[in-house]
Design a protein. Structure first.
Length: 503
């Protein structure tokens, strides 16, 4: 076998096998057409013993990588960043962000974009290694990722895709064979993330706060051409672009609220311009309902609690708006007036979207503010009883008979009577209401205790639990008649469950 000499992270030499890699679709790096201030050309740091632990067959097929599965060693080396085929020009991206409200210049500290590929429909996506080693943006970080954190992202992102909510995807998780030091030593891994792009609100903040107007304009032109070329044909491209981004975030965050998802770290560097859910570090799905539910161990003040997510999204989008002011109008006063009007529209869009979503969850298609107290009383009852968020709506559908005594109390029964009367008053047939509810309310989400079991198994090299969890998550709106969904929820609710970023 041929031997290729490769420089390792310490500056010495490693002997790396030179693989005959399987064929792969054409790759590009259009992002590097931007000024050098937006990226660093860099390569991943090789790992010692890469081994593919998880491989997403459906996603591989979509990008014509299915045949790679047969060559496990070459696949492990490539998708860990240890050995690359000819022609790849990977890079790390620069960006900034408001982290818990405080501005900081950041960048890809442990991720590297391997390139851009097109799917079978001709749509362009970034492929990015996560946990691939240090870059110039790493600061004091080691550039690595734990196996637990990468498997969590794989499970959660695929569940989100199954829920039909915009999201980045996960193609592969490769064990590194190396130890990563966190609170305690852990197994290391590299995940391959697939995204429409990795341009963030924080990317625009970085350009606005630290670069020239010409560089901000270059970023805007590139991003608009990639995601919304139609805005460039309008009278005010920057303002129309803002409209594009805002509407996608309204859709995204409303969907999070619909399924009880708590992102956990909604910093502006974790808000994607494309409108995809990105960065699944401390995220979780809620079991027992609490408007102030927080899972992230570092969110000690509850900034990113469940009920705060809509408001935080608006705050983040105000940061984006501020960064675009010079492009909205050269006259600052005019730009500010136009921006304020757009932010007022954003608030209205959220209200309309949120009302529609709440109505669909209880089978009322055109819910208005007049009927809003009906939902408020339901959510207050769930708050007071810590009723299971997912299962409560299944009980309303009549999917199963709950064992929990809270569904026998007077407040619940009285609410159900009012709900039924409201449907009759609006002329909504029961079967139509149930059909609407089935489209809105998942029967299955990745329960936290099941995710933890899957992670523990993965750390032992056992993948079946995670694979089963992912497989079930692909059909989250399916109803299994006769199945007792109360078995899905943990007996103690969420208790003191905490999640960690893994950095």
């Amino acid at each position: 076998m041929k031997i290729k000499r490769t420089i390792n992270v310490k500056g010495g030499l490693n002997d790396m096998p030179s693989f005959s890699f399987p064929s792969h679709p054409a790759t590009e790096t259009t992002y590097t057409s931007l000024p050098n201030s937006f990226f660093q050309s860099t390569k991943p740091t090789p790992v010692s013993s890469p081994k593919v632990l998880f491989w997403n067959d459906d996603l591989a097929s979509e990008f014509q990588f299915s045949h790679w599965k047969k060559q496990e060693e070459a696949t492990a080396h490539f998708f860990s960043g240890t050995n690359l085929p000819e022609g790849f020009q990977p890079f790390a991206q620069a960006y900034a962000g408001h982290q818990f409200g405080h501005f900081a210049v950041l960048g890809d500290g442990r991720t590297i974009v391997m390139g851009e590929f097109k799917n079978r429909s001709g749509e362009r996506f970034d492929f990015q290694w996560k946990g691939s080693g240090r870059t110039k943006y790493s600061r004091n970080g080691d550039g690595r990722a734990t196996l637990s954190a990468m498997v969590r992202e794989y499970i959660m992102s695929e569940a989100m895709a199954g829920l039909q909510i915009p999201t980045t995807r996960s193609l592969a998780v490769v064990k590194s064979g190396e130890t990563v030091l966190r609170e305690e030593p852990q197994e290391g891994a590299v995940l391959t993330r697939v995204a429409k792009s990795h341009i963030r609100v924080g990317t625009f903040e970085y350009a606005y706060q630290t670069l020239s107007l010409e560089e901000l304009e270059a970023l805007f032109q590139y991003t608009a051409n990639r995601h919304a070329p139609e805005v460039l044909q309008t009278d005010n491209p920057a303002l129309t672009f803002l409209d594009f981004v805002m509407k996608r975030q309204v859709t995204l965050i409303t969907n999070w609220m619909r399924v009880g998802f708590i992102h956990g770290v909604m910093n502006t560097d974790n808000m994607s311009i494309s409108g995809e859910t990105i960065d699944y570090g401390p995220c979780a799905f809620m079991n027992g309902f609490s408007a102030k539910r927080v899972f992230s161990s570092i969110d000690v003040n509850g900034r990113y609690a469940f009920s705060n997510q809509v408001g935080i999204a608006q705050w983040n989008l105000a940061c984006l708006t501020n960064s675009l002011l010079p492009l909205i109008d050269p006259n600052q006063e005019t730009a500010i007036e136009l921006a304020k009007a757009k932010l007022n529209e954003l608030e209205t869009w959220f209200q309309i979207s949120y009302l529609r979503m709440l109505g669909e969850k209880i089978g009322i298609p055109n819910l208005t503010e007049k009927e809003l107290p009906l939902l408020q009383s339901l959510y207050q009852w769930m708050q007071d009883t810590e009723a299971d968020f997912t299962n409560t709506f299944l009980v309303l559908e009549g999917v199963y008979t709950p064992k929990d005594s809270i569904y026998n109390d007077t407040r619940w029964k009285d609410w159900v009577k009012v709900w039924i009367e409201e449907q009759k008053k609006q002329g909504i047939r029961e079967e139509d209401a149930i059909t609407l509810m089935q489209k809105s309310n998942p029967s299955l989400v990745p329960r936290n205790h099941l995710v933890e079991i899957a992670l523990a198994n993965a750390n032992q090299g056992l993948t079946s639990v995670a694979e089963q969890l992912i497989e079930r998550s692909l059909s989250p709106y399916k109803r299994e008649l006769g199945y007792d969904y109360s078995e899905e929820a943990p007996s103690g609710g969420d208790g003191n469950y905490r999640t960690f970023c893994g950095t």
